[in-house]
Every structure is written in structure tokens, then in C-alpha cells.
Design a protein around this ligand. Structure first.
Ligand SMILES: CCCNc1ncnc2c1ncn2[C@@H]1O[C@H](/C=C/CNC(=O)c2cc(-c3ccc(F)cc3)cc(O)c2O)[C@@H](O)[C@H]1O
Ligand SMILES: [Mg+2]
Length: 214
């Protein structure tokens, strides 16, 4: 039977990356996507912007929406201080299974809690299930038409505090127009656009960093 692209991506990690070395896992995926098959990871160019935001925020609690194969999960988790927690939501069981193995290869299982399920179901359960009061950083990279409803849901559930950072991928390509309009026009957010390129291409894309003002 045919393998899937995520399975082939995992194979490239297991073949080319060193167990326990997150940077080599990131490098192996980027090489696979540049040389073999494009995949919708945040990539190395936008990934550097992600790294700088994570390092600046130095978060104790992180939420990632849309794990996919775990590329950005590994980038973020590798930069977290000890005892910090990254919760990542992925509702496709096949993708979740691949991501678990990518995260394990990087040796980051202790910093990552991958929850198999939909953001709409799990965001309201964050406090009761994981004891998280608020998130210091949220990385949005799931279905683009879900960025806005899930942001509103996080607000309603009190998961954002004064200074919480939302970092959204793909605000240009494929684009998240309603989300962008909201965070740029709402008095409750201070937004900043980081111009970059769609992963592994020359097409324009970027990340939007939005600070929740409370
Ligand atoms: C119930 C749906 C909303 N809640 C959700 N809860 C949990 N996980 C969810 C999820 N939605 C989607 N997911 C998962 O996130 C991932 C989805 C990501 C969607 N991303 C994109 O479409 C995307 C697409 C592109 C892209 C850009 C240009 C192009 F020509 C083709 C593709 C680039 C990117 O960087 C992207 O992120 C999958 O793993 C999916 O199973
Ligand atoms: Mg993306």
C-alpha cells in the first residue's frame, strides 16, 4: 500500500536526523521539503521568526493549534525553559501519530502534550484538563477559517491575559482575512506583521504577532 507524505517525512527524519537533537530533526524536514516533497510546515524562514518570538516571550505555557507533523512543535519546544509546557492540538489521528514520533525522535516528549482532538472541543477544557489558567503564547497554524472563531473562544474562556501573544502563520498565503481584520482593528490587540515567504517558496507570506491587551 502507498505511504503518505507525512509517513515519508517521518522516514526522512529517522534516516537523516540524530535522536535527541531537535535542530537535526528540523533540518531533516526542511531538507525533505526542499529536495523531495513540499509540505505545509512553517519552514525555515518563517521558523526563524517563530524562534525569535518564542525566545523573546520565554513562555511557561504555549498552545499550538494544528500540529500536522510536529515541525513547529519541535522548533517551539526546543526553545522552552525547563518545566514549561507546550500543548498542541491535532484532530487528524494519522497526522497526530506521525507528529508523536517526530517529537519523540527530537527527544521533546516531556515538554509537549499532544492532544488528539478539535480545538473547538478542547479550548474550553484547557483549565479543567491541564490546569492551565492562561497561555503566554499561542501559535495558530490550523485551518485558516478557524483562527478567528478559536481566538474569540480563547477570549471567552479566559485563556488570554494582558500580554498574551498570538502568533499566526499564513496570514497572506493562504490568508486569514477575517482574523487579520479582527486583530488589527480591535482595541484589545496590538498587532505587528512579519513579512516573509511561504515555506520553501518565493511566494509572499508572513506571520502576524498580536499582543492581547486585556
Ligand atoms: C475542527 C477544525 C478546526 N480545529 C482543529 N483542531 C485541531 N487540529 C486541526 C483543526 N483544524 C485543522 N487541524 C489540523 O491542523 C493542520 C491544518 C493546517 C492547515 N494549514 C494549511 O492549510 C496551510 C496551507 C498552506 C498552503 C499554502 C499555499 C498553497 F498553495 C498550499 C498550501 C501553507 C501553510 O503553512 C498552511 O498551514 C492539519 O494537521 C489538520 O489536521
Ligand atoms: Mg502554516
Amino acid at each position: 500500500t502507498q505511504s503518505t507524505r507525512p509517513q515519508r517525512l517521518l522516514g526522512a527524519v529517522q534516516k537523516n536526523a540524530t535522536r535527541g537533537d531537535p535542530r537535526s530533526v528540523v533540518q531533516a524536514i526542511d531538507q525533505f521539503c526542499r529536495q523531495k516533497e513540499w509540505a505545509m510546515n512553517v519552514g525555515d524562514e518563517k521558523g526563524c521568526i517563530l524562534d525569535s518570538v518564542v525566545s523573546e516571550v520565554n513562555p511557561a505555557t504555549v498552545l499550538e493549534l494544528g500540529t500536522y507533523c510536529g515541525y513547529s512543535t519541535v522548533r517551539i519546544a526546543s526553545l522552552l525553559p525547563p518545566h514549561a509546557k507546550l500543548i498542541t492540538l491535532e484532530f487528524n489521528p494519522d497526522f497526530a501519530a506521525i507528529a508523536r514520533q517526530v517529537i519523540a525522535w527530537a527527544g521533546l516528549e516531556d515538554k509537549v502534550h499532544l492532544v488528539e482532538g478539535a480545538s473547538g472541543d478542547w479550548i474550553p477544557k484547557m483549565t479543567e484538563q491541564f490546569g492551565v489558567k492562561t497561555f503566554d503564547l499561542v501559535f495558530l497554524d490550523h485551518w485558516k477559517d478557524r483562527y478567528l472563531p478559536d481566538t474569540m473562544l480563547m477570549e471567552e474562556c479566559g485563556l488570554l491575559r494582558k500580554g498574551s501573544i498570538l502568533l499566526a502563520d499564513n496570514v497572506i498565503c493562504p490568508g486569514t482575512p477575517d482574523y487579520l481584520e479582527y486583530v488589527r482593528s480591535s482595541p484589545r490587540y496590538e498587532s505587528q506583521y512579519f513579512k516573509s515567504h511561504l515555506e520553501y517558496t518565493k511566494v509572499e507570506d508572513g506571520l502576524e504577532k498580536s499582543v492581547f491587551l486585556g
